[in-house]
Design a protein around this ligand. Structure first.
Ligand SMILES: C[S@@+](CC[C@H](N)C(=O)[O-])C[C@H]1O[C@@H](n2cnc3c(N)ncnc32)[C@H](O)[C@@H]1O
Length: 448
């Protein structure tokens, strides 16, 4: 297949994501499943789309340094063609710069006009001539320097510089630009780890042990693991190791009653059912019916029948379950700042206001959910974000108003090799640059 076609596909996906707010992972999957691209071309499309999105603030900074036309006067199509071009020039070795310039010019003729194609030609060739000396903004203005160098929005960099040490913030941002590992969770109800590894390796997929969880396997060399027969047979689920640790911290006993108040698409509910040997009852709730359907589909694939889905708003109180659950999981809707390396478009879709509104909802959900926990039962609060106001601050606020709960030492529930300095205090934080997992927060509270 012609490489230029792959790069045009990348530009079209990128335009949809940037200009029309589509989700990059969904658009990439849709396009690649329907196109006749070969494996290597698919990898190139994915790399250009995700790489451009990950590095967009830096790319726009480079463009602004060399463009003689103000950014707001450049049409969206031309801006996106330029962004793809600059990404390939600055970050990819495998495509000659001259080919990138020529193809960007052709795209500009097709999706712009002759005038804009001349502008693209001049601008990109100028960047190619100067690419070794472009550099970054002055390090003296640390927030601006980090924001441009690692392409994170300035408001987020400023926030993290307040919450964490400078070096910690830089390392976190750097690792957000890495391609994350793909991890699967073996379903012990149907198979064992070796059987899955043998099958995957037979398909040319490289496997290695997970870092922390015995049921985890890290896989490389595939973009379509969910199309394999053993996936359809329910032998495994795709899940990051951070998410697996939530169910470990719940530590549900076989035969127990668990209420998962924000459960779709059901990754943790299914994992808890596997840990419970499919015995007991897990009530899995969400406010979206179409998302509950995903849980039912996953459970039926995995051979799980103890998960009962219910459409229910976690902000409401269900009197039928007051004080009866052995465990309640609040895997709260959150700003998702722990997923920036997995979802490259998230960093510029989030706005600072989103964070404040979420923390109120999270607190209210935790308050309602706590009512279902029986004496001695566990209340787990988790998020996939790195924002203290949505994490430990929510737990502290809850404890200040509810002395019937206390934070429980989780040292014996988590793997020995997991760096978790706050485990004794009842919670843990995971960071991509420290743990090589998604960013996560998990706390375990017990009802007195
Ligand atoms: C972080 S996700 C849960 C992920 C899930 N626990 C898993 O492991 O697959 C948060 C979920 O909360 C749901 N949600 C948001 N607000 C809710 C509410 N008020 N009541 C119930 N569910 C809610 C969202 O639809 C979303 O599916």
């Amino acid at each position: 297949m012609d490489k230029s076609w792959a790069r045009e596909e990348a530009y079209l996906i990128l335009s949809k994501v940037i200009s029309r707010g589509a989700y990059s992972n969904i658009e990439i999957r849709k396009k690649l499943n329907s196109s006749g691209l070969e494996k290597l071309d698919k990898a190139l499309v994915t790399e250009i789309v995700n790489g451009t999105l990950r590095n967009m603030i830096y790319i726009d900074w480079v463009l602004s340094k060399f463009s003689n036309i103000k950014e707001e006067k450049i049409s969206a199509n031309i801006k996106n063609i330029l962004r793809c071009g600059v990404y390939q020039i600055m970050f990819l070795d495998k495509i000659p710069d001259s080919a990138v310039c020529n193809e960007s010019v052709e795209l500009a003729k097709k999706y712009g006009n002759i005038g804009s194609s001349k502008f693209v030609n001049g601008l990109l060739r100028n960047i190619v001539r100067n690419k070794e000396t472009i550099g970054y903004p002055d390090k003296g203005k640390l927030a601006e320097y980090l924001s441009v160098k690692y392409s994170h929005p300035a408001w987020l960099v400023e926030k993290w510089l307040k919450d964490f040490e400078d070096k910690f913030t830089e390392e976190l941002m750097k690792s957000n630009n890495d391609v994350p590992p793909l991890t699967i969770r073996i379903n012990k109800l149907k198979t064992n780890k070796q059987e899955v590894i043998d099958d995957l390796e037979g398909h040319g997929i490289a496997c290695s042990e997970g870092l922390y969880n015995e049921e985890a396997v890290s896989v490389r060399g595939t973009s379509s693991i969910e199309s394999l027969e053993i996936f359809n047979k329910g032998f495994f689920s795709v899940q990051d190791e951070s998410s697996m640790l939530v169910s470990k911290v719940m530590n549900p006993e076989s035969g127990s009653l668990i209420i998962d108040v924000c459960s779709a698409p059901g990754g943790k509910a299914a994992h808890m059912a596997e840990l419970m040997d499919n015995k007991g009852l897990i009530i899995a709730r969400d406010i979206h019916q179409h998302k509950l359907d995903l849980i039912n589909k996953a459970c039926s694939r995995l051979g799980i029948n103890i998960v009962k889905t219910q459409l229910f708003d976690a902000l409401s109180i269900d009197k039928a379950y007051i004080g009866v659950a052995d465990g309640v999981l609040v895997d709260a809707p959150c700003s998702g700042l722990g997923l920036l390396r997995r979802k490259p478009d998230l960093r510029w879709k989030k706005k600072p206001d989103d964070l404040d509104s979420l923390s109120n909802i999270q607190y209210e959900i935790l308050k309602s959910a706590s009512l279902y926990v029986k004496k001695g039962g566990a209340l787990i609060y988790s998020t996939c974000t790195l924002n203290k106001n949505e994490n430990i601050e929510i737990v502290k606020k809850f404890l200040a108003a509810n002395d019937g709960f206390y934070l429980d030492n989780i040292e014996n529930l988590i793997p020995q090799n997991l760096y978790a300095p706050d485990a004794k205090e009842g919670y843990l934080e995971l960071f991509p640059h420290i743990h090589n997992t998604d960013g996560f927060f998990i706390a375990r509270l017990i009802k007195r």
